[in-house]
Design a protein around this ligand. Structure first.
Ligand SMILES: *Cc1c(COP(=O)(O)O)cnc(C)c1O
Length: 433
């Protein structure tokens, strides 16, 4: 399998190169040259396959000969070593709970898969690879955890001191071993700027093997297909496939689901549920794509003003708006509606949503009003405890803290404080080698 750049200027690459490079040199996103087609037999008998087998079948054509079978099977099973249950909320609405992984959000799946692929690709390299990331909170935790104890890889995470939640900070700073947390005396933008400078510093890059764990990396994007297939496996009414609603920010998650659909996964329709950052809902109305400055909302992991993965959805539909419209709808949900949904679903159904899941729930519910014969699944992308500051005042009670988080909070924080100064970062990185 080869990957081409959506900007069409860079040469095609293998899965290995696409994983190591992240972004194509022409600043495009890598996209698979062919979409694999899964056999009818497999789809019809999906309930008889283990999750490991399903995930392996889905990803193998994309990886092709870049990773041998036994290694890829190991990577896949380590990626999905937690529950992904489909939970009934109402007669028509089901929640696909993606928050049972180590950092309580769906990004665990992509981060765990990518880290292990990268670990495999660099295992014979003379140098250690250093994964460098700036985080405003969430992504860093998933990346740190994903790469934890992966041989040959050191992870350096920059986060703004005092500007991430206490749980998020513990997720970054308590792992130790090959995970290094740099507590920057500045803002998230400062962290991002320092990382950018490190990547363009020739002297540093001649000495070190630096890479990013960007969310556009194919090895983070493609494995997100897995749980759409797991959802279908658990779907009872195979004659009436589900509508699938995905709380969306950068549109990597929903794009993975649509890729699965293109490979033969039965789905009635997709809904991209957005918050006030309504670039795609507007596009689906007007066919005009107008990026905007992101606005802050309660579902802050979706505060994106120029969703980088949307171009992959357009690519999947060969830029044919009419074809896309048949498969995808998109909706925008306000913070007031988000809070009201958390409250009413808790009161009426006894199910606790996080703000991102609430955006998904409401968009799905509104859609189903017009299609009463259909049923649907929304993706619950994070555990409500991650957003307790939003959720607790709305429901008027405490959100129970899962055991894994209680243990993490007790652990001792280990970080290195640095100033907003490229030379301090450079010195730290050079010493790691
Ligand atoms: C990242 C994230 C999203 C958005 O996913 P995209 O793939 O960027 O569309 C939604 N919910 C949560 C909790 C997230 O962390």
């Amino acid at each position: 399998m080869q990957y081409y750049s959506t900007n069409g200027q860079s040469p095609k690459v293998s899965f290995k190169e696409a994983t190591i490079k992240g972004q194509a040199p022409d600043k495009g996103l890598y996209f698979p040259e062919q979409i694999p087609v899964l056999s009818k037999e497999f789809i019809e008998n999906i309930e008889q396959y283990s999750n490991e087998e399903i995930a392996y079948k889905v990803i193998q054509p994309y990886v092709a000969d870049a990773i041998p079978e036994d290694e890829l099977r190991r990577i896949v099973s380590e990626t999905i070593n937690f529950d992904i249950p489909l939970v009934k909320v109402t007669d028509d609405i089901y929640s696909l709970e993606l928050f049972h992984g180590p950092t309580l959000a769906f990004k665990d799946v992509g981060a765990r898969f990518m880290s292990r692929c990268l670990g495999y690709f660099v295992k014979d390299a003379k140098q250690k690879v250093i994964v460098l990331v700036a985080t405003s909170g969430d992504t860093g935790g998933a990346v740190a955890n994903g790469f934890y104890n992966v041989d040959g890889v050191e992870v350096v995470i920059l986060y703004p001191s005092g500007k991430v939640s206490s749980v998020q900070e513990k997720q970054l700073t308590t792992l130790g071993n090959n995970v290094h947390a740099l507590e920057v005396e500045g803002t998230f933008d400062d962290c991002q700027q320092m990382v950018k400078e490190a990547f363009t510093d020739d002297e540093l890059n001649n000495k070190l093997f630096l890479t990013s764990a960007n969310s556009i990396n194919v090895a983070r994007w493609l494995p997100q297909q897995f749980y759409y297939f797991f959802a279908y496996k658990q779907w009872k009414d195979k004659n009436n496939p589900p509508v699938i609603c995905v709380p969306s920010g950068n549109f990597g998650n929903i794009c993975a689901g649509m890729l699965g659909y293109a490979s033969g996964l039965p789905v009635q329709h997709f809904i991209a549920a957005c918050n006030a950052n309504d670039i795609v809902p507007e596009f689906m109305k007007t066919e005009k794509y107008q990026p905007k400055k992101a606005v802050a909302t309660l579902s802050n992991a979706m505060d994106v003003g120029n969703p980088s993965n949307f171009v992959r959805i357009l690519e999947l539909f060969h830029h044919q708006f009419g074809d896309l419209k048949k498969v995808l709808s998109s909706d925008s949900v306000s913070d007031e509606e988000t809070k009201a949904t958390i409250k009413s679903v808790k009161d009426k159904e006894g199910y606790l949503l996080d703000p991102h899941g609430a955006v998904g729930y409401l968009s799905l519910e509104k859609y189903l009003v017009n299609y009463p014969s259909q049923k649907g699944i929304f993706l619950e992308t994070a555990h409500p405890v991650k957003f307790y500051d939003v959720v607790e005042p709305v429901i008027g009670e405490k959100v129970p803290v899962p055991q894994s988080v209680q243990e993490q909070i007790k652990k001792e924080k280990k970080s290195t404080k640095i100033k907003v100064d490229a030379s301090e970062l450079k010195a730290f990185l050079t010493e790691l080698q």
